[in-house]
Ligand binder design. Structure first.
Ligand code: XAN
Length: 473
């Protein structure tokens, strides 16, 4: 068993919850117990211990009682520490230095690992033209397993370093290279859903599947992922979107998801031209969402990326079928797709999480998506002449528990709670987040969330295992 002592930051119903002096015990990869100082009875440190080494900046948390406990345990010689070890058989106690804090891991509910080599380039065209010019030629390269292996290992390492403890990945149409993506997640220790993309029409001849062999490959891939029996990495049914799938393929994939009890991920209603193309392609469907419903894709847990132009009936359908929306604000702006009104979705009871959507989005960080989500919400409220927008606390919830809900994992991840997996980050204001006045802990937390990057993520844990970052000193 391991123990962590320090400030615990969680998404909460009414904003970010910050509990200083928390004790989190981790057993077999799960948070087994946690409490704040008032109940964990670490002892009764006295004032003199305030000057113990480890209180690096006494201005950070001005409340003396908070500093005491961190300092006392940090010194590592106290009877409180011995007491803790004695009572819980703890192998290791990690005490967060002053001003560091623990948060749940970040959840990226929509990203294309295969597009990672293009990150930051080719953002001068709207969606459908961008796919043809930049994206399909890149994805076609994944026939080459060496290329796939290098790109996927690099991508997974990058997202983990950015604090993404759970990712929902699109691969390409290639079964063998999609297995490489699966293995890259396993090697790195990231929790993930990995999808082999299905597309059997309206695609270039160098990058398209025949309908029947595409269905066969999708089934083989899903069966292979199931055979891996990996507790963290799973397969996911991945029709690219209605534009590039035949109805026969969509129906077969819906059936496959039901048979394998697998989730589904796809795109929906991202761009006005795309919506119009879908309307013309499926004249019998009442809407874009109805195309997926009729194919049976909503019979399983379904992650829908974008959803900017969903109408009220579609939103009702998405809610009723317990699907969720992956909000990808950076990509929505960079491909000039539009602005998704997340508050409207949340108000109507649709689960929403965040996606980086590389490489339509040029960042691999969910912290970045969180800030973008906040800005877009403010712009939308300005445009509508309303005063209410999402708050930073709301956006932090989207990045953690919101994503967990969209992925159907809310009972396992998304917050640091007893019984959930210990998927967690340790964040620090160093380097680069200057904080010198006697501000409150929530100001410090907000600053780090707004200004920090991967250098401020000192430790990334998935199921209790340290998988990225230098660790806690
Ligand atoms: O942002 C996006 N990226 C893609 O690769 C894609 N394919 C269909 N629709 C898409 N949207």
């Amino acid at each position: 068993m391991e123990a962590f002592v320090g400030t615990l930051v969680n998404p909460g119903e009414s904003g970010i919850s910050i509990v200083p002096e928390s004790l989190v015990l981790v057993e077999n990869g799960k948070a087994s117990s946690f409490s704040s100082r008032s109940t964990c009875r670490l002892g009764a440190p006295n004032e003199t211990r305030l000057v113990a080494p480890g209180c690096r900046n006494p201005k950070y948390f001005p409340n003396a009682r908070r500093r005491v406990i961190l300092a006392v345990v940090e010194v590592g010689r106290s009877s409180e520490l011995d007491d803790l070890r004695g009572r819980y058989e703890i192998d290791e106690v990690s005490v967060l230095p002053e001003a560091w804090f623990l948060t749940p891991g970040l959840v990226d509910v929509h990203t294309h690992a295969s597009q990672y080599p293009n990150i930051g380039i080719g953002l001068d065209l709207p969606l459908l033209e961008w796919l043809d010019r930049y994206t399909f030629p890149l994805e076609a390269k994944y026939l080459d397993l060496d290329f796939a292996s290098t790109a996927y290992n690099t991508c997974v390492k990058r997202t983990l370093g950015n604090g993404t403890t759970t990712a929902c990945y699109f691969g390409t149409i290639h079964t063998e290279s999609s297995k490489e993506l699966f293995r890259a997640c396993q090697r790195a220790g990231q929790r993930a859903f990995v999808g082999k993309v299905s597309m059997d029409r309206n695609s270039p001849e160098y990058y398209v599947e025949d309908t029947q062999s595409g269905i066969r490959e999708a089934r083989d891939f899903l069966r292979w992922t199931e055979d891996q029996k990996d507790p963290l990495v799973k397969g996911i049914v991945t029709p690219r979107f209605a534009v590039t799938s035949t109805e026969a393929s969509l129906e077969a994939l819906g059936e496959m998801a039901r048979t394998f009890h697998a989730p589904v991920q796809t795109h929906i209603s991202e761009n006005k031209s795309e919506v119009e193309v879908v309307r013309r392609m499926y004249p019998d469907a009442s809407s874009y969402a109805d195309v997926y419903k009729r194919a049976g894709l909503f019979d399983s847990k379904c992650i829908l990326a974008h959803g900017i132009y969903l109408d009220d009936d579609e939103i009702e359908l998405v809610k009723e079928r317990k699907a969720g929306i992956a909000h990808c604000p950076r990509s929505n702006s960079q491909l000039t797709s539009g602005m998704c009104d997340v508050r409207r979705l949340l108000r109507k009871g649709v689960p929403v999480g965040l996606g980086t959507d590389m490489s339509g989005g040029s960042a691999s960080s969910i912290l970045d998506a969180m800030r973008q989500a906040w800005e877009i919400s403010k712009l939308l409220s300005l445009q509508a002449g309303e005063s209410e927008a999402l708050t930073l606390d709301d956006c932090f919830a989207l990045a953690t528990i919101g994503g967990a809900r969209v992925a159907g994992l809310e009972d396992q991840i998304g917050s640091i709670e007893k019984g959930k997996a210990f998927d967690a980050l340790v964040l620090s204001p160093d380097p680069g987040v200057d904080f010198w006045d006697a501000g409150s802990p929530d100001q410090l937390v907000h600053k780090v969330l707004m200004l920090g990057d991967d250098r401020n993520i000192k430790a990334v844990f998935v199921a209790g295992r340290l998988v990225a970052g230098p660790g806690i000193p």
